[in-house]
Design a protein around this ligand. Structure first.
Ligand SMILES: *[C@@H]1O[C@H](CO)[C@@H](O)[C@H](O)[C@H]1NC(C)=O
Ligand SMILES: *[C@@H]1O[C@H](CO)[C@@H](O)[C@H](O)[C@H]1NC(C)=O
Ligand SMILES: [Cu+2]
Length: 349
């Protein structure tokens, strides 16, 4: 009884301070963050198809390496490796970094941290990469036949029916589209991946689950990207990108990419359990980057939206500090707006 009361009191403190209650929230890293500054080198991010076969192998091997390196988190046995640690950070912060002004800024830096880990901890020397799903969505070929799912030069294929049973989720975080958890990925480099977190906020040991959805194609076509690109100001652009434009258009390009892959990727909390998460959000980041470039004077530092999903809502400013739990120090929104400065240091091709 006492423990239960204490938990409620804690939750009230969280609510009062405007910080989303996360029972797992880990402390911020103590390493001081470099402020926005000149980059020693600007790295080009490329579409998956533009990587050489050697680079593709190198990228996949580096992801497998992250999945074998010990996590820096203590006291949470399910966070065993560095790849888990990224997934855990997203699960812990989901309610703080979606449907808020810093949705794009937070995911930009999350991807940068992932790329830095691939380089610094796993020796990856190739470019960071993204998945331009519009190429597949515009095509008459089925999405499941995209080269992104190639067993040899991609991320492995669709889930196999009958190989995975979605556990009951008392939080209801995975049951919205149970059919999308088709089964375990049985081809490609991640056949043996053990996903220890998810679905949702559950902690269950399972395979990499997918359920490729052909109907998501309509949300990912170039015409849809162009519709989002035409939105101004930032507030309309941000909400259109994250949630779609108007009603009746399914998920929009953000949800469309998540539902196109299905399975873990469809889960708002545990989606970074699928390595394709980073390539999907990389494409969304590229679309934001392109939108910013259309009118840099107005758009490069344009930010708006609430800092929390729930009231009392405060409008975001460039000085808002974003947390990344154990992955790195807090970062000001301002510092990731211009991707050509520290700590981002990239451009897109
Ligand atoms: C993404 O693919 C679409 C469709 O082929 C194309 O129009 C667009 O220019 C591509 N963007 C990039 C950056 O490759
Ligand atoms: C927050 O921003 C919106 C526009 O995005 C504006 O309508 C509203 O008045 C602002 N609220 C405050 C408290 O400044
Ligand atoms: Cu996310």
């Amino acid at each position: 009884m006492l423990r239960f009361t204490a938990l409620i009191a804690l939750a009230l403190v969280y609510l009062a301070s405007g910080i989303a209650a996360s029972p797992f929230a880990a402390p911020d890293s103590a390493i001081p963050q470099k402020r926005a500054g000149t980059c020693a080198q600007i790295r080009v991010r490329k579409e998956w198809r533009a990587l050489t076969d050697v680079e593709k192998k190198g990228y996949i091997n580096a992801v497998l390496c992250l999945q074998s390196r010990p996590a820096t988190v203590a006291g949470r046995p399910a966070i065993r490796n560095r790849f888990d640690e990224f997934q855990a950070t997203h699960i812990d912060l989901t309610d703080e970094v979606h449907q808020v002004g810093h949705f794009l800024a937070w995911h930009r830096h999350f991807i940068t941290l992932f790329y830095n880990a691939l380089r610094d901890e796993c020796g990856y020397t190739g470019p960071m990469t993204y998945w331009n799903w519009s190429i597949d969505a515009d095509n008459t070929k089925a999405m499941k036949d995209s080269v992104i799912y190639d067993p040899n030069t991609g991320f492995g294929g669709d889930g196999v029916p009958g190989t995975y049973t979605l556990p009951p989720d008392p939080n209801g975080q995975s049951s919205a589209f149970p059919g999308a958890y088709r089964g375990c990925v049985k081809t490609g480099p991640f056949v043996n991946q053990v996903v220890r977190l998810g679905p949702g906020k559950l902690v269950t040991e399972h395979c990499l689950v997918r359920g490729v959805d052909e109907s998501s194609k309509t949300a990912l076509k170039t015409t849809e990207v162009n519709r989002v690109m035409q939105q101004t100001p930032f507030e309309k652009f941000r909400t259109s990108l994250e949630n779609g434009i108007g009603f009746g258009f399914g998920f929009g390009i953000h949800g469309g990419g998540h539902s196109a892959v299905g399975g873990e990727m469809l889960n708002p909390y545990s989606s970074p359990g699928d390595p394709l998460f980073y390539l999907h959000h990389g494409n969304l980041d590229r679309i934001w980057w392109q939108w910013q470039k259309v009118d840099p004077a107005k758009r490069l530092f344009d930010i708006s939206g609430p800092t929390t999903q729930r009231p009392p809502q405060v409008n975001i400013t460039l000085d808002f500090m974003m947390t990344f739990t154990t992955l790195g120090p807090k970062v000001a929104v301002r510092d990731v707006m211009d991707a050509s400065t520290e700590p981002s240091c990239f451009t897109y091709e």
